[in-house]
Design a protein around this ligand. Structure first.
Ligand code: SF4
Length: 473
């Protein structure tokens, strides 16, 4: 017999509603709760709260709210709070009941301001340590890459700082204060003259021939074993990724406790300074170099490469393919090179000129100051291992950033560099927690991945299972 639903009759009270039972056993938030200790934040922020006055929302609840905001990519904090009473799983995750009062959305922005960026960095670092403790990080090779984040400001807010002083009068004092805070003088190029009045930290960046937009940049290092993000840095969009190689390696070493042996990156990182950093730190540079990338392009296309010129150490000169001498002309400290130049009259009269230079003042050749060190690094960049790592890097970095788009990484939620850095720390933390959840409790699978890396017998383990439980023979 078919049953008919009676007209809805609202119960005034609900008994036997136990949220623990309402959340399914394999709910993602249940796994997050098992893996992450949000209570660490009590100790981290206790100094920024007073001992009298209104009682705050507990810091772990605020951190969990920010986690939910990013994890479910909720459009705004207001929407998060409006949705919260309808979501039993969120209430359970926060430790709330059906009758709990929901905090005002403003507690999140106030907490960010009160806690600062460092608390979120510590949250990120704690999860990295947890990944290391669970043997999800190999640490031997650092894969790095950068990606742009659209700022939360429109292009219409960009003003020319030079023109502003002449034409603006009302509200100029306030704007000037913000421009001073943004350190306009430290910017260069177009960003030295243009600034956004709504988000002065963002810089105008054009990417892949597209339109110039206000942007930030995230710089990440990843461990290839399980794609754990081991270090992250957020900068304004105009900062070159090459300038962040050393700091990312340092952060990777600090966060994982493992000194890397190789850096795997694209040609943006392959500048001379970075190759010398790798040499000095005993790192293998597995990256295409700027030198190799530019070798047959632009003005260097179809002309003799620098290898065609022979260096004569006895008199510090070069000999060109026509047998003429190139003498030392200038030292370029920013490029770490010395420039050698042929005589103008030699090149003008030379039969090989069409294949050698398009410069009417003659051919020049650059010689690196630490050429031997650089040549050793160049040789490593061309090794089969470096080529193999570059292929791996392409997949794992793209996958990492593709996963981040689920959490809205490509658009800043908030304005100001430190707030965008908080967003990036939270997103990277979420990705690492997801990695922890995927691999924790499956030690055999993890060991299979680690087996080729560690010599288990040399470490005192009889088998992979003993290694997984930490029992030595
Ligand atoms: S163009 Fe100048 S540098 Fe080049 S081969 Fe001729 S003389 Fe030598």
């Amino acid at each position: 017999m078919m049953g008919y639903q009676p007209p809805p009759q609202e119960s005034l009270f609900h008994y036997h509603v136990y949220l623990e039972d309402r959340v399914r056993a394999d709910h993602p938030l249940r796994k997050v709760k098992e893996v992450v200790d949000f209570d660490f934040i009590y100790a981290e922020v206790k100094d920024v709260y007073g001992t009298t006055g209104n009682v705050s929302v507990p810091p772990p609840v605020i951190l969990k709210l920010m986690f939910l905001l990013l994890f479910y990519n909720v459009r705004s904090e207001r929407e998060l709070m409006e949705t919260l009473p309808e979501r039993l799983d969120w209430l359970w995750f926060l430790g709330y009941g059906l009758d709990s009062s929901i905090p005002n959305h403003s507690v999140l922005s106030k907490a960010r301001k009160r806690w600062g960026e460092s608390v979120f960095r510590q949250f990120f670092e704690r999860i990295v340590v947890q990944c290391v403790e669970n043997r999800l990080v190999d640490g031997e090779k650092v894969f790095m890459d950068a990606s742009l984040i659209d700022a939360h400001a429109s292009n219409g807010s960009v003003i020319n700082t030079g023109a502003l002083k002449r034409y603006l009068n009302e509200g100029y004092q306030e704007l000037e204060r913000r421009l001073d805070e943004a350190n306009v003088s430290e910017r260069s190029g177009a960003n030295g003259r243009h600034i956004s009045t709504t988000d002065p930290d963002a810089s105008v960046v054009r990417y892949a021939g597209g339109k110039s937009r206000l942007r930030y940049k995230t710089h990440r290092s990843i461990d290839a074993l399980h794609e754990v993000i081991t270090a992250v840095e957020t900068t304004t969009g105009a900062v070159s990724e090459a300038s962040r190689l050393a700091s990312l390696v340092d952060a990777h070493t600090t966060n994982t406790g493992i000194q890397p042996e190789a850096v795997v990156a694209d040609s943006q990182y392959g500048a001379i300074e970075n190759l010398l950093i790798c040499h000095d730190r005993n790192l293998r540079p597995h990256m295409p170099t700027v030198h190799a990338r530019n070798k047959h392009t632009g003005s260097r296309k179809d002309i003799y490469p620098e290898e065609a010129f022979v260096y004569e150490e006895s008199n510090d000169t070069y000999r060109c393919p026509a047998g003429k001498t190139l003498t030392r002309r200038a030292y370029h400290s920013h490029r770490h090179t010395t420039e050698y130049m042929a005589k103008k009259k030699d090149c003008k009269a030379c039969e090989l000129k069409d294949r050698c230079t398009r410069d009417n003042s003659g051919r020049s050749v650059q010689r690196a100051i630490r050429k031997d060190d650089l040549d050793a690094m160049y040789a490593i960049t061309k090794s089969p291992e470096a080529r193999r790592d570059l292929r791996t890097r392409q997949h794992c970095m793209e996958r990492s950033y593709a996963r981040s788009t689920r959490y809205g990484f490509d658009r800043a939620r908030w304005r100001g560099l430190w707030k965008v850095a908080i967003q990036e720390y939270l997103i990277c933390t979420i990705q690492n927690i997801q990695t922890l959840i995927r691999h924790i409790g499956r030690p055999v699978k993890a060991i299979l991945c680690l087996a080729p890396i560690y010599d288990l017998k040399a470490m005192g383990y009889k088998c992979a299972m003993e290694f997984s439980i930490g029992k030595t023979a």
